[in-house]
Design a binder for this molecule. Structure first.
Ligand code: UD1
Length: 431
């Protein structure tokens, strides 16, 4: 296993290229199960979660291949071809689903196309219990019969799914995606109310429309889907990763310097950048489609944030923002409203000298002058990124262990940070 070693104190200057969004890529890949024709996705990031999804789709019978890099359209991500000509298995086994919760996204497409699907329950996860009840009640509303038995969800709709009205009891990104996928092939009109509005859902809807789906209300909380008999192949470019971009923006804010985030779009994450600007960090759009993030001199101002579904502040940037606030001038309150256990980074940041008090779903962060490097342990994907961010500003050496979490969602993080001047390396963890 590897660990990441950082010697803090270097300013960051230069350019970081932002990759395709993991959270858009995963549902887009699952969409290949809806058609027997090829779905060609470009700007595919090179991440462990993408490999897990490719393996899962492969065992359902999809043929997944990489077709090199596409440098058109200003990006250099990979091009992936996915063809599910025949579905050879409608079962998603525990061994693959337990590695990645987003595996549950195959449920909707499989039951819509094959009338049956058996998908392992994703199980627990470091940031909370994360149930899938809303995915299941939504599919039931579309006429699927659902049983949960021996750790598996069995969904069946032998006569096919039927369009229906469904109001999400709570905003859920994954459940909205699962139902959007399923409703595209249902018989009749489906109206999804209180749907999630994340840009990744818009990206999925646009790809489904290119595949022949009829969807209205894209980008709003009410999606109206008129089911079609069949979908066809399409080509689609995956949107840039707003969480990756936000993470590097916060790295620059804490370390100081000026970095161009090539390919990042402000329209995708204004809500995250507004509080960042209030810390005294400059965020400007470039004429060539990117952002310049810079901070020189003064200490960051303390700013409160509360996570919320889009267009609110994303929970996936909460840990990184909190890390930044540990060295801000003053106190801030960071409130997490989406996941119940998403402060696993706090005890690790304490080890680096941060002053944080947890009060239920809020963290009171009193900024200190400086953090001190320490050995720390990554607990989940975004918590890992927050520890790297803290390490960039800390005195001495920080070593982040269990970085397999990081590799699930950040492509070549240490190389990208090295390129802008960080003293960071991946080394073998022999302990
Ligand atoms: C997605 C993102 C994840 C992000 C999260 C919230 C992907 C692959 N992952 O996760 O990075 O942190 O959105 O922006 O896109 N819930 C239920 N029942 C359900 C479904 C969800 O109670 O059936 C709860 C969850 O436990 C959580 C909240 O709803 O408290 C939001 O979860 P959801 O939006 O579904 O997150 P994911 O789709 O899993």
């Amino acid at each position: 296993m590897d660990k990441i070693r950082i010697r803090g104190g270097q300013q960051l200057n230069g350019t970081i290229r932002i990759g395709g969004a993991k959270n858009a890529a995963l549902p887009l890949m699952a969409a290949c199960l809806l058609t027997d024709e090829p779905l060609i996705l470009s700007n595919v990031p090179h991440l462990a979660d993408i490999t897990t999804m490719a393996n899962l789709l492969g065992q359902h019978g999809a043929h997944v291949s990489l077709e090199g890099h596409d440098t058109e359209g200003g990006h250099t991500g990979r091009v992936m071809s996915l063809t599910a000509k025949d579905i050879t298995s409608t079962t998603a086994p525990y061994d693959l689903v337990r590695r990645m919760r987003a595996s549950v996204l195959v449920l909707g497409p499989l039951v819509a196309r094959e009338g049956v699907a058996t998908v392992s329950l994703p199980g627990g996860c470091a940031i909370g219990t994360r149930p899938v009840d809303i995915h299941l009640s939504g599919l039931e509303a579309l006429g699927a019969e659902i049983e949960v038995e021996s750790g598996y969800i069995r969904a069946s709709a032998p006569g096919g799914l039927r369009g229906a009205r469904f109001a999400f009891p709570k905003v859920s990104v994954g459940a909205t995606e699962n139902l959007l996928l399923a409703a595209s092939l249902a018989d009749g009109v489906t109206t999804l109310e209180n749907a999630a509005r994340e840009p990744e859902i818009t990206d999925l809807a646009e790809c489904l429309i290119a595949m022949g789906a009829k969807i209205e209300g894209v980008g709003t909380d009410t999606l109206v889907i008129e089911g079609v008999e069949s979908l066809h192949g399409a080509r689609h470019e995956i949107m840039p990763d707003r969480i990756e971009a936000g993470t590097y923006a916060m790295a620059v804010a804490i370390a100081g310097g000026s970095v161009t985030l090539e390919g990042a779009s402000l329209s995708h994450f204004d809500a995250a950048m507004a509080p960042l600007r209030r810390t005294g960090t400059s965020v400007e759009e470039t004429s060539s489609g990117g952002l310049i993030v810079s901070r020189n001199g003064a200490r960051l101002d303390a700013v409160d944030v509360e996570t919320d579904p889009y267009p609110g502040f994303p929970t996936d940037l909460q840990a990184q923002f909190l890390a930044m606030m540990t060295v801000a001038d003053g106190a801030s309150v960071i409130t997490e409203t989406i996941f119940e256990n998403r402060f696993m980074h706090v005890p690790e940041l304490h080890r680096m000298g941060a002053n944080i008090t947890l009060q239920g779903r809020s963290a009171l962060v009193r900024g200190v002058e400086k953090l001190e490097g320490a050995p720390v342990m990554a607990s989940d994907l975004r918590a890992s990124a927050s520890l790297v961010i803290a390490g960039l500003a800390a005195g001495g050496v920080t070593e982040v262990r269990r970085i397999y979490h990081l590799d699930r969602g950040y492509e070549r993080l240490e190389e990208k940070l090295q390129l802008v001047g960080a003293d960071i390396e991946r080394v073998e963890d022999t302990e």
